[in-house]
Design a protein. Sequence first.
Length: 324
Amino acid sequence: MSNNLSSQKVAVFGVGPVGKEYCKILQQLGVDFSVVGRSTTGVERFTSETGIMALPNGVKGWKSHGDLSTKSAIVAVNLEELAQVAIDLMDCGIRNILLEKPGGINAEEIKLVKDKAKATGTKVWIAYNRRFYASVLKAQEIIRNDGGVKSFNFEFTEWPHVILEKVESDVAKRNWFLANSTHVVDMAFLLGGFPEKLEAFTLKGCDWHPDSAIFAGSGVSQMGALFSYQANWLAPGRWSVEILTLNNRLIFRPLEKLQIQKPKSVAIEFVDIDDQLDEEFKPGFFKQTELFLKGAGHENFVSIEKHHKNVICYFQKIGYPQRV
């Protein structure tokens, strides 16, 4: 794929907050892009708020009125529609897709996307934008210089008072671990290594996420690092990741910032990172989008094939142990 971004054509599917963010970035990058929404009301609202014209009626509307020479798409629709829109686009000839996480409401839907991508020769990448935080990229540099990760821990406690107020979809709430908490889990395993061995436990569900609400576990990563995690959605907490090397403790709390604790010291200091893009745009989105358009060659990208494996082997075991 050409690295000349101005020569590319991209279709953005989704006119909600995430779709708007992608459009903002594509404008900044000087990319030729079109936008597609589902309802006429949503499209009109999007146009009035952004000044960007968009097509209604989803993939069907794009097939009728869009530029079918477009070969790349960014899919930022609702959780329940992610998998089907990606599959429909592959049927339309799209062969390069950045698909918003988690790519489907469950492992079964994600497998359908994976199988379709294989059958059509499509490259589908899952948009775990935290993999492209300035804090994460800086931490990877420190980890390499320190000789790798020796141990790590993370927490993915969610805030029910926020979720119940802002999330209307019962499907999204029932699948909240996959839809939201895996942002933290994926980031931690990216840095410390995905599990070689994993012991996972859950205790008690809640009315909106009946499978589980209290989580704990531990294991050994493929990089040889020991890890542990916990989360309690029924008690106070927050997202966090801690990575330990021989020389440093790297602390992500919040995830967008990187703090460091050095040997023989209890002092914790912020690491100076160039996070201007994460301040100006939704964190991680600009770098992720730019690298996707350049060919998704960066090691931090996760393909639909790898993502499906992660869901089956790790995410389901952590969040929904009875489904394993």
